[in-house]
Design a protein around this ligand. Structure first.
Ligand code: F6P
Length: 353
């Protein structure tokens, strides 16, 4: 008998079904979309199908909960989506859901649809929303999915790996033209207040300098590094800037100026090097999920359903040291997302030769 990591052995399955009285669960995606969300939806639906549970999909996140936008999902409705970016359930940010009336309507609709368990795929804002629905026969489990990788209690969130690979692909292309013209390129990546995308893509892409909100920097030091790179014979330099560094930039930056343009202008004025800017924007949120994201999404989606069947609620399932770990959402909200600053030091050392 095949014995799986999550107790998929036949005996365990029978145990699950007997122990769980749950009949219907629902799944929604919320917040910014992330590649791999579809793979997570597929895992939720098919794991539920395997355990003979009904699954409803909620369209447009919490907005759909308030407006009763439920659709029936079965193993066939999630065919051919494992490789697609975006989310078949669509995503939205709902102002209405922040009101007590909106939340009451959402609970009422869940009850009417017979939903006993809700899987919320999104970021920590989405999990805060989910917790407001918990109780009186409704259980909730969160699955971390955001390209920003800014959720504590999980090493990675779904979508991050794909985004880092997208950024690297772009850096590779920029390198070609940067070398030809012997220019400096300032590339701005997403991440909201977090520098994870810039850090990973900067290390993997060989950027000369990585500017992230988690590490203090001075633009004069950046210029010095670029000048010494030039003296070492470097044909070009890439400066990777996280969008969230805005607050770390010194005075003189106009309100609407993006971080990258501010850095580029400073560098040009101070060094005289020809400098260009690329702001990657939403290209980073699309595309086919990488194998890593599909595998992560499949593991987390399956575990979320099992947890609901075990009668657990108010948890986020994450991955820590390659093991699936559940953390109470209240604890997730209290923790700070950690960052391995050794990566930053390493990138700095490798790029300064
Ligand atoms: O949270 C994901 C993210 O892409 C951030 O990196 C970015 O700051 C933000 O969403 C952009 O949001 P919107 O899609 O609303 O422009």
């Amino acid at each position: 008998m095949w014995k799986g990591e999550y107790g998929f052995a036949e005996i365990a399955d029978i145990g699950y079904r007997r122990a769980s009285r749950m009949k219907t669960i629902a799944v929604l995606t919320s917040g910014g979309d992330a590649p791999g969300m579809n793979a997570a939806i597929r895992a939720v639906v098919r794991t539920a199908g395997y355990h003979q549970l009904n699954v409803l999909g909620v369209m447009r996140g919490f907005h759909g909960l308030i407006h009763d936008e439920f659709i029936e999902l079965n193993p066939r409705s999630v065919a051919d989506i494992i490789h697609r970016g975006g989310t078949i359930l669509k995503s939205a940010r709902s102002q209405e859901f922040t009101t007590p009336e909106g939340q009451a309507k959402a609970v009422e609709n869940l009850r009417r649809a017979g939903v006993e368990g809700l899987v919320v795929i999104g970021g920590d804002g989405s999990f805060r929303g989910a917790l407001r629905l918990q109780g009186d026969g409704i259980s909730v489990i969160g699955i971390p999915a955001t390209i920003d990788n800014d959720i504590p209690c999980t090493d990675f969130s779904i979508g991050f790996d794909t985004t880092v690979n997208t950024v690297i692909e772009v850096i590779n292309k920029i390198r070609d033209t940067a070398t030809s013209h012997e220019r400096i390129y300032v590339v701005e990546v997403m991440g909201r207040h977090s520098g994870h995308i810039a850090l990973y893509a900067g290390l993997a892409g060989g950027a000369e300098t990585i500017l992230i909100p988690e590490v203090d920097f001075s633009l004069d030091d950046v210029c010095e590094r670029l000048v010494s790179g030039y003296e070492l014979g470097k044909a070009h330099s890439i400066v990777l800037v996280a969008e969230g560094v805005g607050g770390n930039l010194k005075a003189g930056r106009s309100l609407n100026e993006s971080s990258a343009f501010h850095v580029a202008n400073y560098v040009m004025e101070k060094t005289g090097f020809e400098t260009r800017v690329t702001v990657l924007g939403h290209i980073q949120r699309g595309g086919n999920p990488t194998a890593n994201d599909r595998i992560l999404a499949s593991r987390l989606g399956a575990r979320a359903v099992e947890m609901l069947m075990e009668g657990r609620s108010g948890y986020m399932v994450g991955i820590i040291n390659n093991e699936i770990k559940a953390t109470p959402l209240e604890e997730v909200f209290q923790q700070e997302k950690s960052m391995d600053l050794e990566f930053h030091r390493l990138a700095h050392i490798l790029a300064s030769q």
